[in-house]
Design a protein around this ligand. Structure first.
Ligand SMILES: *Cc1c(COP(=O)(O)O)cnc(C)c1O
Length: 398
């Protein structure tokens, strides 16, 4: 008899935090990836919305190689030109004034949470206030971020959780009456819930929420880790709603697959962070900042956001047509190129798609999430549509 430790040791030295698909990817170019046997897949996951320019985009690659021939890393004890330029670029394209860089989405939310608490203490004069978040939200896996997350399965087994979060129902107008401005310092939300099932915020609900924040000087913090950097057909999803968050949280698409996270805050909020209050060894290092800067330059120069908007519209239309033709799709949701199909068994559809060499993602048990690179073309969308049509037609017959 083998004991559990031996079995695990034989299988892999990597901890079993993921139930991985039986696919080993070794190469990528634009919208395609290749496995270790040379099989080609159309990648409509983009490494979970990270590779927004497709795989190994030449422009970013050239800039990274230049930087690699110079300085890779030096810590934040010194001035970093690429970081300064990336901050300037982010400030120019957003409603924020100052940037803090880190390495991931969870870390960016941690920074936002810490900044909100400082703001509460210094500006609102409240040492013990709460941050409002929403049911079905996802903010990351670190203790603070998972405490903020509105899904029980993410928290199971990790108590005691970080205190000071209150979850309200997403898109519920009456639920907003539960906000007690005296006890609250900030609201943190995704404008399109990603992991929670591709659910856009309702216009009226978000306007009411933003107005409560404005009236009471509560911070409106948009977790745009998944929706940011062009994903929804706007540079940032808040632009669709005509609101301005006080804190914008970014990561996934910012570095074209090189790890980087950031928060962009309005000046009166950003000034609550002073030397020594927050920090990171790697955050915004020369290599990561170069990836971010090159990504934004390429997006702006090649008008990728506008392109993503057009491709998203086309894709959404075709998916809606398919939903009418087959029984297996209950709804098509999303904005831009963050799309979701509501269906009975999302994982089953994802596995079927693998057999047709198309990579898709589940978002919860009942939603298939589709995240093509923003550089995707009509031909590739048509190819994915053929696969989805085949799968759902077969599904109807069984
Ligand atoms: C992915 C995601 C996170 C967590 O990002 P990591 O880089 O995995 O830590 C946080 N918020 C949202 C909305 C996300 O989609």
């Amino acid at each position: 008899m083998q004991n559990q430790a031996e079995i695990t040791k034989q299988s892999t030295p990597v901890m079993a935090t993921y139930n991985r698909f039986p696919i080993t990817l070794v190469n990528g170019k634009e919208s395609y990836v290749w496995d270790d046997e040379g099989l080609e897949y159309l990648d409509f996951t983009s490494g979970i919305a990270a590779c927004n320019l497709g795989h190994s985009p030449q422009y970013v690659k050239d800039r990274l190689i230049d930087q690699m021939n110079g300085l890779w890393h030096c810590s934040n004890l010194y001035h970093i030109p690429a970081q300064e330029k990336l901050a300037e670029a982010l400030v120019n394209i957003s409603c924020g004034d100052q940037v803090f860089f880190c390495n991931s989405g969870a870390e960016a939310n941690e920074a936002a949470i810490k900044l909100a608490r400082k703001y509460s203490q210094l500006v609102l004069g409240n040492e013990d206030s709460e941050i409002i978040t929403f049911t079905q939200s996802f903010h990351g896996r670190t203790l603070g971020a998972l405490s903020a997350t509105g899904q029980q399965k993410i928290k199971d087994g990790f108590s005691p959780l970080v205190k000071g979060f209150k979850h309200l129902p997403f898109n519920d107008l009456d639920g907003l009456d539960e906000i007690d401005p005296q006890k609250t310092c900030a609201v943190l939300l995704e404008l399109v819930q990603g992991e929670g099932g591709v659910v856009p915020a309702d216009e009226e609900w978000l306007q009411k929420l933003a107005s409560i924040c404005r009236k009471n000087n509560l911070l409106l913090m948009a977790d745009e880790v998944q929706t940011g950097i062009g994903r929804t057909g706007a540079m940032f999803a808040y632009e669709h709603y005509g609101i301005e968050p006080d804190v914008l949280v970014l990561a996934k698409g910012l570095g074209s697959g090189i790890p980087i996270g950031a928060i962009v805050a309005k000046k009166h909020v950003a000034s609550c962070f002073t030397p020594g209050t927050h920090g990171t060894t790697f955050g915004g290092n020369p290599l990561a900042s170069t990836a971010g800067l090159a990504t934004l330059e390429y997006i702006q120069h090649e008008k990728i956001v506008e392109h993503a908007g057009r491709m998203g519209e086309y894709f959404h239309k075709r998916l809606s047509q398919l939903a009418k033709e087959v029984n297996g799709i209950a709804a098509v949701r999303g904005k831009g190129l963050l799309l979701g199909l509501e269906t009975e068994n999302a994982m089953e559809i994802v596995k079927q798609a693998h057999k047709h060499h198309l990579l898709l993602l589940p978002a919860g048990p009942n939603v298939v999430r589709i995240l093509p690179p923003l550089t995707v073309n009509i031909e590739e969308i048509d190819k994915a549509m053929e696969v989805l049509k085949t799968i759902f037609k077969k599904h109807d017959q069984s």
